[in-house]
Design a protein around this ligand. Structure first.
Ligand code: NI
Length: 227
């Protein structure tokens, strides 16, 4: 399931990110792709360990830590430090599947990619093309969100970025290892949590049915989560 997470960054924060990313040391993205992905990847990235990327990435992680929709959807256990890419001049990334296991550079930590995240840093009207196309059970879904908004999608899905034929598409992207690895189980928990949140304002806080549903949520989480 594709899950949009709105307002991860405010428009002010996006402007600050953009001002510093405009001055950044962008490198050819194909250097960091796996053997198969290298032939289809035409974009630019900031290198791992780039001081600006580390600082902006930490800012994103702090925002996500306080974002209830993100926590509910991802149930994060580990997050790969956010990376940054730029597509312009026809740049694209052909169809690929993200690697299952990601070693965080300079650490002994491995992140299993359960969810992939793209945080858009350019407004949709600033560029043509650059859609994130994700193949799912109901066909291909095309994603192009406002700057500051993010999409979560299963890392197991085949996906691509279509050529950017005008302007520049800036984004941050990263991977999440979830406490609930199984996508179907995680989606059920998310749906249940969203329904409970939506019902809560319309009933008394001690409503017995709401308490029961909340108990079911936590007892499923207890059964399925690996902390
Ligand atoms: Ni990818």
């Amino acid at each position: 399931m594709l899950i949009p997470i709105e307002n991860v960054l405010s428009k002010d924060e996006v402007s600050q990110f953009r001002a510093s990313l405009d001055q950044a040391d962008w490198q050819d993205g194909s250097k960091t792709a796996g053997t198969l992905a290298r032939s289809v990847k035409r974009n630019q990235q900031l290198e791992d360990g780039n001081a600006l990327a580390v600082s902006l990435g930490n800012h994103i992680l702090r925002r996500l830590g306080n974002h209830p929709a993100f926590i509910s959807a991802a149930l994060p256990s580990r997050i790969y430090p956010p990376k940054f890419n730029r597509y312009a001049d026809g740049g694209s990334y052909g169809a690929h599947v993200d690697s299952a296991l990601m070693q965080v550079p300079g650490t002994g930590i491995t992140v299993r990619s359960d969810l992939s995240a793209t945080l858009f840093l350019s407004e949709p009207d600033e560029y043509n093309g650059g859609e994130l196309e994700i193949e799912g059970p109901f066909g291909v879904q095309s994603v192009k969100l406002e700057a500051g908004d993010m999409v979560l999608y299963p890392s197991s899905s085949l996906h691509r970025v279509t050529p950017v034929t005008r302007g520049t598409r800036l984004a941050s992207f990263f991977w999440i290892q979830s406490m609930v690895a199984d996508e179907g189980a995680r989606t059920l928990l998310f749906d249940l949590d969203q329904a409970i949140q939506a019902l809560t304002p319309s009933v008394q806080p001690d409503d017995g049915h709401l308490l029961k549903l909340t108990g079911v949520y936590h007892n499923l989480l207890r059964r399925w989560a690996v902390a």
